[in-house]
Design a protein around this ligand. Structure first.
Ligand code: FE
Ligand code: CA
Length: 517
């Protein structure tokens, strides 16, 4: 059966750029000889009345997906009960080759703050059932928030026991703050291998995302509650900055690579359908509200940032460690991590927030982290320490507007941390203006105990740092108290490893700063 573009629009819950492409042949009654739901199901970006539902048809996930060059109708259903007797919505989405037969549907007309179950069908094939949850009503001040924050999941470095544990928690939301895939291989003692070499093309990135997504524990975590996602560098290329790659590739070539990587990211994440608009940029920053309790400002720290300062010639443009005295460019006031437009947007979003807890959801460690010894000060240029004046602007603005209960969440550094954030980290009298919790890596190798101890010794505002364990952070938020529990994986080489609580820190309402509990 041939379907016109008009039919696409009739069925289109997703008005994406794919629909603007020439009409594709549609196979009305597809027959699958292999399960097309090998990548599981996911949901994301819950609103009080809607949630995004995701899947991708890929009977041969590691080799381009294995789907024909044609559209395939996918029926979706969302219900108020696990047995799908109380259907709350359903429809048909034409999954097409332009977006790797991914499905992004915004299910609307839902009730706030409650669980829903969803599933997909293509031909005779039925997907697993996913559970999701709508956001509480905007004025709901009684609600609580149970949130897990994940980052850095190198597939080769360890199994995803952390996700197995996460899927067993009763969570409202998972926030992934980047390094969802790794483009390259490094380190010794890998527990499993990437399929294929470093990705450069759209086909390469699709295969890489698909491989990560075949992991059963990752699928379980996606199927248990809605996610919000931020990318960091490895979704494209280690330590890239805007249009500049680690190896200083020609800008045109790197932008083509970045565009492919961004598209594959969209195709594999439960992002709102309108996120994909074609072109070589993609807006992922925005605000997420959880009732009147919390607002999360979701930041993109790669796409708009200024280039790294003081790069080593041997390592192209990538992040680097520098002695601060030898790199005065670091403190140029115009340098920006977010770019001018996003900085301005963030300032407005914070000014307008009536929430009790104001979360800055970003991708790395915000606290100043001096990695030097007694004689020198050494910092990484890829993190906020490479953009210290921009960090000061942000913390200063939080302080000046007396933002209610600011909490910064991040990852990237492969260790768990709890920190106090000051406008001036070198002045013990500079007031603490925000609290910070950093999640350790899900599986990527972390620093040694000695390195964490040295970090703690030189940075008194960092109260806790543990890179010995892979894992994630579970946050339980009520009106009076924010409780962060660092979960650690005992043995990353064992998918069934025990996962346990390493430490717990709290923030009390109205009192910025982390306290051990
Ligand atoms: Fe990482
Ligand atoms: Ca990173």
């Amino acid at each position: 059966m041939n379907t016109t573009r008009r039919k696409f629009l009739l069925h289109g819950t997703a008005l994406s750029a794919a629909l603007l492409l020439p009409a594709t042949r549609v196979i009305a009654q597809p027959r699958f000889t292999q399960n097309p739901f090998t990548l599981g199901v996911a949901s994301g970006y819950p609103q009080p009345d809607s949630v995004v539902l995701w899947t991708r048809l890929a009977p041969d996930p590691l080799n381009g997906g294995g789907m024909p060059e044609a559209g395939v109708p996918v029926r979706w259903e969302i219900a108020a009960d696990e047995g799908f007797r109380k259907l709350a919505g359903s429809g048909e989405f034409i999954a097409g080759p332009q977006l790797a037969h991914a499905v992004h549907v915004q299910a609307r007309g839902l009730a706030p703050g409650r669980p829903y179950w969803y599933r997909f069908r293509a031909g005779e094939a039925q997907s697993p059932v996913g559970r999701t949850r709508t956001a509480p009503a905007a004025d709901d001040a009684q609600t609580r928030l149970r949130l897990a924050v994940a980052s850095c999941q190198h597939y080769e470095h360890g199994f995803f026991a952390a996700y197995r544990d996460m899927a067993e928690q009763e969570l409202d939301l998972v926030l992934h703050v980047g390094d969802y895939i790794y483009e390259s291989s490094w380190g010794k003692g890998r527990v499993r291998d990437h399929s294929g070499s470093e990705p450069y093309t759209l086909a390469d990135y699709r295969n890489r995302y698909a491989q990560y997504r075949t992991d059963a524990h990752l699928q379980a975590a996606h199927a248990t509650c809605p996610w919000l996602v931020l990318w960091d560098d490895h979704e494209v290329d280690n330590d890239y900055a805007r249009d500049r790659s680690q190896d200083l590739d020609p800008v045109e070539a790197f932008l083509a690579r970045r565009t492919a990587a961004y598209q594959a990211y969209f195709e594999h994440m439960p992002l709102p359908p309108q996120t994909w608009a074609g072109g070589n940029s993609m807006r992922i920053y925005g605000t997420h509200a959880h009732g009147a309790l919390a607002r999360l400002q979701l930041l993109d720290m790669r796409q708009y940032r200024d280039y790294h300062v003081c790069p080593r010639p041997s390592r192209g443009a990538g992040g680097n460690q520098v002695n601060v005295l030898e790199c005065p460019e670091r403190v140029q006031p115009q340098r920006s991590m977010l770019g001018a437009a996003q900085e301005q947007w963030l300032d407005g979003a914070l000014a307008a927030s009536p929430a009790r807890w104001n979360v800055i959801a970003q991708t790395t460690l915000m606290a100043q982290s001096d990695r030097g010894n007694a004689e020198n000060r050494i910092v990484y240029t890829d993190g906020w320490d490479g953009y210290p004046v921009a960090r000061e602007r942000l913390l200063q603005s939080i302080a000046a507007r007396k933002l209610a209960n600011p909490v910064v969440l991040g990852g990237d550094v492969h260790f768990a941390a709890a920190c106090d954030l000051r406008v001036n980290f070198d002045d013990a009298k500079s007031p603490v203006v925000a609290s910070e919790f950093v999640s350790t890596s899900i599986s990527s190798y972390g620093p040694s105990r000695a390195r964490n101890e040295a970090l703690l010794a030189k940075n008194p505002h960092i109260h806790f740092a543990n890179g010995m364990r892979r894992g994630y952070t579970r946050h339980e938020v009520g009106a009076k108290r924010w409780e962060a529990t660092f979960r650690g994986v005992q043995d990353p080489a064992d998918a069934q490893s025990r996962v346990y609580s390493l430490a717990q820190y709290v923030v009390e309402d109205g009192r910025p700063g982390v306290v051990k509990s």
